[in-house]
Design a protein around this ligand. Structure first.
Ligand SMILES: *[C@@H]1O[C@H](CO)[C@@H](O)[C@H](O)[C@H]1NC(C)=O
Ligand SMILES: *[C@@H]1O[C@H](CO)[C@@H](O)[C@H](O)[C@H]1NC(C)=O
Ligand SMILES: *[C@@H]1O[C@H](CO)[C@@H](O)[C@H](O)[C@H]1NC(C)=O
Ligand SMILES: *[C@@H]1O[C@H](CO)[C@@H](O)[C@H](O)[C@H]1NC(C)=O
Ligand SMILES: *[C@@H]1O[C@H](CO)[C@@H](O)[C@H](O)[C@H]1NC(C)=O
Length: 217
């Protein structure tokens, strides 16, 4: 059994910290994601300048924002957020775990009645910070490759070989979404493992020879 550690190139598709995500909260029930330590820009409504009064609540009970047309009467999170009435966006910086909640927007007409109400769910995820690939030749010339990641919440794995999704014909075990795969004998090429969650996408690539060729290493 030969163990090989092959030099690899890494490609980072996300930068940590400072990840900014956008979410359209104008549809009721929107699911939004923000990166821990990053920024989320929530589109709560269109131009608020024509809206008589609006209030935004966290978990239905905690009032975060109160506005009348283009005047912001109150913003509980003003030290790390900005609401822009002219385009209806609420920008929250330095996201923390406890920002995770259901948020409700209430729009009032000039009689003080709620004319519209919608909610959005905000989830906070730590971004994937690094990805490692480890490969090992097995006795029959198969290669076992494991992909591991650090930092990220709910990591999802995917693989490509020479730019194409791995096929059953190339795999002895695992599939294109497991973090450990075994490649059949004589399978070689540029292998890429991508690890993503809703706020980040990091991948690592490695040129893999067949295990037969590495016997003499
Ligand atoms: C928002 O509406 C106000 C009032 O009608 C208007 O003056 C302003 O230009 C609008 N802003 C945008 C970005 O459409
Ligand atoms: C809304 O306005 C703010 C402040 O001018 C700006 O930074 C942001 O890019 C705008 N967002 C959209 C979606 O237009
Ligand atoms: C809001 O609800 C979420 C999810 O149920 C919970 O984790 C969080 O602590 C609540 N926040 C507040 C301010 O009640
Ligand atoms: C994995 O393969 C299945 C079946 O071919 C496909 O439906 C799925 O989208 C693939 N997943 C990824 C992450 O490429
Ligand atoms: C992650 O990055 C890879 C490489 O750029 C890309 O092919 C893939 O579509 C991205 N996935 C997501 C979910 O953004």
């Amino acid at each position: 059994m030969t163990s090989t550690v092959i030099t690899f190139l890494s490609l980072y598709f996300s930068i940590f910290p400072g990840i900014e995500t956008l979410c359209d909260g104008r549809q009721d029930g929107a699911q939004c994601y923000g990166a821990l330590g990053g920024t989320v820009v929530l589109q709560l409504m269109d131009n608020a300048s024509e809206i008589f009064r609006y209030q935004w609540y966290k978990n239905k009970t905690l009032k975060i924002l109160d506005g009348r047309k283009d005047k912001i009467v109150y913003n509980l999170m003003k030290d790390r957020s900005v609401f822009t009435p002219s385009n209806g966006t609420f920008r929250i910086n330095d996201l923390i775990r406890t920002d995770r909640a259901e948020y409700t927007l209430q729009i009032f007409d000039s009689n003080g009645h709620v004319s519209e109400q919608r909610t959005l769910q905000l989830s906070i995820q730590a971004p994937v910070s690094s990805v490692l690939l480890d490969s090992e030749c097995l006795s029959q010339g198969e290669m076992r490759v494991s992909c591991s990641s650090e930092g990220g919440d709910s990591p999802q794995y995917s693989w490509t070989l020479d730019g194409h999704t791995l096929t059953d014909a190339q795999l002895l075990s695992g599939n294109n979404e497991t973090n450990i795969i075994t490649l059949k004998q004589d399978v070689s090429g540029l292998l890429v493992c991508s690890v993503r969650n809703h706020v980040s996408n990091v991948s690592k690539e490695e040129k893999i020879p067949t295990c037969g060729e590495t016997e003499h290493n």
